[in-house]
Ligand binder design. Structure first.
Ligand SMILES: Nc1ncnc2c1ncn2[C@@H]1O[C@H](COP(=O)(O)OP(=O)(O)OP(=O)(O)O)[C@@H](O)[C@H]1O
Length: 262
């Protein structure tokens, strides 16, 4: 199949066309189209269970598609090998994940795709230090990640995604369960990446502090694209009855309800 080209003749960095996927024998994506153009910041929105994470996981190959086409940088996903160009921040489900590793070790693991013959050189160590500085965690470099708060842990995962100097960042709910100070650091970090020309696909349940960065929003409902265009304006709680998003990932926190158009 020919590579997807935008009107400018440059391939989108992400292209999903008529993608279908199943989980546990149940259709979860029912023919979605989703593109991220070079330098674009796209938010993927939708109610719980609408298929946002699944859509992102088809891009990185964690969920097989049952139909349609997925391309990264114009290459069919099955043939794509250049993963150092992609930084992925998975959805965080627990505060620290119980990983017995230091902050530096976790961030360094994100650099291995760039290290020659798997050997870390001075430039790699500098990249790790720089990524930690970007997310304001340089002073915690030697600490165990299990000693970090949820927001700090998320900063480390984002540093791990940034350390390979990716052209494309894919983040699944990067702000979920993150304290306000960390949210501001993450928004500033992302702004910097966008200024440097990165393309970004973000799964979000509300636009929040990232709103000024977002070029376009794709809203999923029940495995289909409901909206693809300007980001919907956040509206007050209860403004759209029946359209609230309940966020279940924080074990301790009460569910967050937003009145986003989802
Ligand atoms: N491993 C699995 N096996 C079976 N069904 C699954 C599995 N993972 C997810 N699902 C189901 O697939 C649907 C889509 O899930 P997905 O995580 O993509 O939604 P989401 O929009 O990201 O939701 P949330 O906002 O809650 O993270 C949901 O109904 C979910 O229950």
């Amino acid at each position: 199949m020919a590579d997807a080209k935008s009107e400018s003749g440059i391939s989108p960095v992400i292209s999903l066309r008529a993608v279908t996927a199943e989980l546990g024998g149940r259709p979860v994506l029912r023919g979605i189209d989703l593109t991220v153009a070079r330098g674009e910041v796209v938010a993927l929105l939708g109610a719980n269970g609408s298929g946002k994470s699944t859509a992102v996981r088809t891009v990185i190959g964690q969920v097989p598609v049952t139909g349609g086409a997925v391309e990264i940088f114009g290459t069919p996903r099955r043939r794509f090998r250049d993963w150092a160009r992609v930084g992925y921040v998975p959805q965080r489900t627990t505060a620290a994940g119980g990983v017995p590793a230091t902050v530096t070790e976790v961030v360094t693991s994100g650099r291995l795709s760039r290290a020659r013959f798997g050997v870390l050189r001075k430039a790699d160590r500098q990249a790790v230090a720089h990524a930690l500085e970007q997310v304001g965690m340089a002073d915690r470099a030697k600490d165990s990640v299990s000693a970090l708060s949820g927001g700090q842990h998320q900063r480390v995962l984002i540093a791990r995604a940034l350390v390979s100097e990716p052209e494309l960042l894919i983040m699944d709910e990067p702000m979920a369960g993150v304290d306000l100070a960390s949210q501001e650091v993450l928004a500033a970090t992302l702004r910097h990446q966008v200024e440097q020309g990165a393309s970004v696909l973000l799964v979000l349940h509300e636009l929040g502090p990232l709103e000024p960065l977002i070029d376009r929003a794709v809203v999923l409902r029940d495995g289909c694209v409901l909206h693809d265009g300007p980001p919907p304006k956040a509206v007050g709680q209860h403004a759209l009855p029946g359209h609230d998003h309940v966020h279940p990932h924080d074990a301790d926190a009460a569910p967050v309800r937003t009145g986003l158009l989802t």
